[in-house]
Design a protein around this ligand. Structure first.
Ligand code: 16G
Length: 181
């Protein structure tokens, strides 16, 4: 990988600064040596996929495959953001310890509104209990509300996580059903 490609961000992370509570969120994180930022290509080496594997089966994603998917997402973001992936980095350990994706879906309804989906929330096991999940959810809510003007933000999760999301501003809405292929 060329050096100048390593720091490529999946979306323009200066948009994070528009989140209303950004200063509060970042000062809490930085007092713990943590930094919130956009996913970068080099996060493959910083444990991004191991982090996701705490959530579900990731499979065998080679660096090449990761890079291909990364640029597909980035390319689609260049027209309008769809894949707003954030990570929390432990600056001392040099690894990513938390992540989530805000997926943005264009609608015709509600005056051609944007709908946000909170996806792929993961916090490294050894970093649990430090309110990192709460900060991640706060950031995604801020992005959906303050930056991308979504009319709603929704998520699906396992039953045991419903309480966590209820404590973090979500309330029960419509049901989620799925077919597994
Ligand atoms: C959870 C995640 C979802 C993720 C899925 C993966 C949140 C809020 N929800 O539902 O984003 O894609 O798990 O599980 O993070 P799966 O492999 O069973 O689809």
């Amino acid at each position: 990988m060329m050096d100048d490609q390593r720091d490529v961000q999946i979306f323009d992370e200066t948009k994070l600064l528009k989140i209303q509570e950004w200063d509060k969120i970042t000062s809490e994180l930085s007092s713990n040596g943590l930094l919130a930022r956009a996913l970068r290509l080099s996060d493959y080496e910083k444990g991004y996929l191991e982090l996701l594997s705490q959530l579900t089966d990731v499979g065998n994603v080679s660096r090449h495959h990761f890079q291909e998917r990364f640029f597909e997402m980035k390319e689609s973001n260049s027209v309008r953001e769809h894949y707003v992936i954030i990570v929390i980095e432990d600056l001392y350990a040099g690894k990513v310890v938390g992540t989530s994706t805000l997926f943005l879906e264009m609608k015709f309804i509600h005056d051609c509104a944007m709908r946000g989906r909170l996806e792929d929330v993961a916090v490294l096991d050894s970093y649990r209990g430090r309110k990192i999940g709460e900060r991640i959810v706060e950031i995604i809510i801020g992005l959906a509300r303050d930056v991308f003007g979504c009319y709603k933000l929704s998520l699906d999760c396992k039953d045991e996580l419903i309480r966590f999301y209820e404590k973090n501003k979500f309330s029960p809405g419509s049901n989620m059903l799925c077919i597994r292929f």
